[in-house]
Design a protein around this ligand. Sequence first.
Ligand code: GLC
Length: 756
Amino acid sequence: MRKDIEKLISEMTLEEKAGLCSGIDSWHTMPVNRLQIPSIMMTDGPHGVRKERDDTEKGLLSTPSYPATCFPTASALACSWDTELMRKLGETLGDECLASGVSILLGPGVNIKRSPLCGRNFEYYSEDPFLAGKLAAGLINGVQSKGVGTSLKHFAANNQETQRLTTDTIVDERTLREIYLTNFEIPVKEARPWTVMCAYNKLNGEYCSENKRLLTDILRGEWGFDGFVMSDWGAVNERDDGVLAGLDLEMPSGGEDSLNKIVAAVKSGKLPESTLDAAVGHILEKVFEGTENIRKNAAYDKQEHHELARSIAGECMVLLKNDGVLPLERKGTLAVIGAFAEKPRFQGGGSSHITPTVLSIPLDEIKKSAGGGVTVTYCEGYRLDEEQADDFGTGFESLSDIPDEKLIAEAAEAAAKADKTVVFLGLPDIFESEGYDRTHMRLPLGQLELLDAVAKKSKNIVVVLMNGSPVEMPWLESVNGVLEAYLGGQAVGGAVADILFGDVNPSGKLAETFPMKISDNPSYLYFPGMRNKAEYREGIFIGYRYYEKKQIAPLFPFGFGLSYTTFAYTGIETDCNEIDDDGAVTVKVTVKNTGRVAGKETVQVYVRDVLSTVPRPEKELKGFTKVSLEPGEEKTVSFALGKRAFAFWDEETNDWQVEAGEFEILAGGSSAETPLRKTVIVNSSYVKKVHFTRNSTIGDVLADTVGYGILAEIAGEELIKSLPPFVLQLPLRSIHMHMPEMNDEAIAGLTDVLNS
Ligand code: GLC
């Protein structure tokens, strides 16, 4: 089936080529029947196959999609810290795509969580680009191992929903590279996604959909991307500029206007036909590959996938607090409170919204798991909204925000009579979704008043949270346990029951910081920006990079998560103590299960530059792995740290550089708990390039070995060593005040020598 694409392109008319650079509708590429060029289908993503029914003429999200397994959303999946789990999930999604005739799954979404208020954070992984990139690579490798493509999205720096199609992300180059591109770079290099989806927003003044530096120079030129770039739905500004910049496919169909713009641009010479041919070639490669891989009558076992969704959710949930109230015993009376126990929030609103094949209800699963020895009571506690937010939500106030005194009184009464109480809380659909951002980090008022009333009646309370992004917890001290279920997918009920009764030992770790309050977050003053500009003034200091640097205690730190067992970090070693920056150091970390039950621990490795001339975070995540340990078992895991583990983006050389010196390698089970440390020396060829002028300071010159020698020669080493700080900051042009012989001619001679 795969034809000689070059030959095929040579047979296509200009109009056919221009037409192929746009979808034929919302979900299919353009066929060219005259030349037997087929069309392939793509659908969302990222945590389930959202294949719309065929009456899509009513619009993007008008009709419920065909049933498919709804897995936990990205913010939950990220807490697994398990790239193998992501690969397994990808394989499963690939199978469901094959069964649906879908050739490209539109995901994963890897955008960085700059603010907890981004409405779409449920669909993204982390505040850390290394973790986000590695998890995305796992998912992509899984899906594509089945011959189904993916679409790494949204490229790039799309970190809010407010004015997402028009806002201009203003970010400095170092921050862009270190924080907002690394999460794309890693999966592009390690998983080779079939496609990348450009973002809606502008980046430093230019729409991503026509940003050549982004889509061609960096993505293809630097990273070697070899698939095709598609637009987000409706992200195209000027179609001909897009093709010029490297945007191969417009989605959905751009119609006659787009076709005519491309044709006119080629005819006018604005758009070289070779560039158009390259775009057509990128698309055809994947159209034929996707077509070749279509499996007639492919099917999958819905129950098997549902059970996988349950075990995956069990790997993701994060135990945030446990004073011993968990795991629950299978005896006595258990009060289950909160409407989410009956109608769980298990996914988010917008394009990722799935019609699940089945939905496991927490209350039912708790009753099933508890068995006959437990009396389970249930109270609604608060009301839920009738509307769903899968149509991008509307501005109505949530019923959960209105305390219902009757429901609260009933719930408090039930809690008073029970041995233990489980309260299901979280964010209603309308609080967060694709399409709009959150305005605060609070739980709904009705839920807060419910919990307050229950806490007055019960001393054994477990809160189960169902939210796509962090919430403030002023009530934390008044409860005994907190399980963060995030948006746990269709099997959330079973997974919650498994953890509550100890059939699964929780092993999730937070992939984002939970700040005490939203005003602690570094983007708080500038989010979501104004007049269509979002200025990333906090630079690289986002998430734990910020809270640690500023020493602001978070509610729960990045990488944190409890277990029903305990772990000790018993050893760290490196295969050498000194490397060159083009080499690598292998770090071995030993961890032991010091508790009484089996469990899984995510070993995290961070790197700190002990002394640097540029501002750097206290430490940065550069390695992680999840290990299973029986009680008493000890395992050693190893990590290879290469140049990028030590490097920063240097804007002068426009490249990754390592400043020679001491680096500390830290290991532990959380960004806030790194008991193991080891120092290594990294030698580097990098020298901060300084161009000397008459305005270079005396301190600059003395920091240069040649410069030091010359000035010591002229003024004597004693004087040089005794110069007070204010003199060191003097520009050379004023040095004659202390060294009369250093006139303009002498200064010019000095800078010439230094610059040569
Ligand atoms: C949406 C989303 C994108 C999705 C696409 C198709 O607006 O931004 O993630 O894949 O359109 O639904």
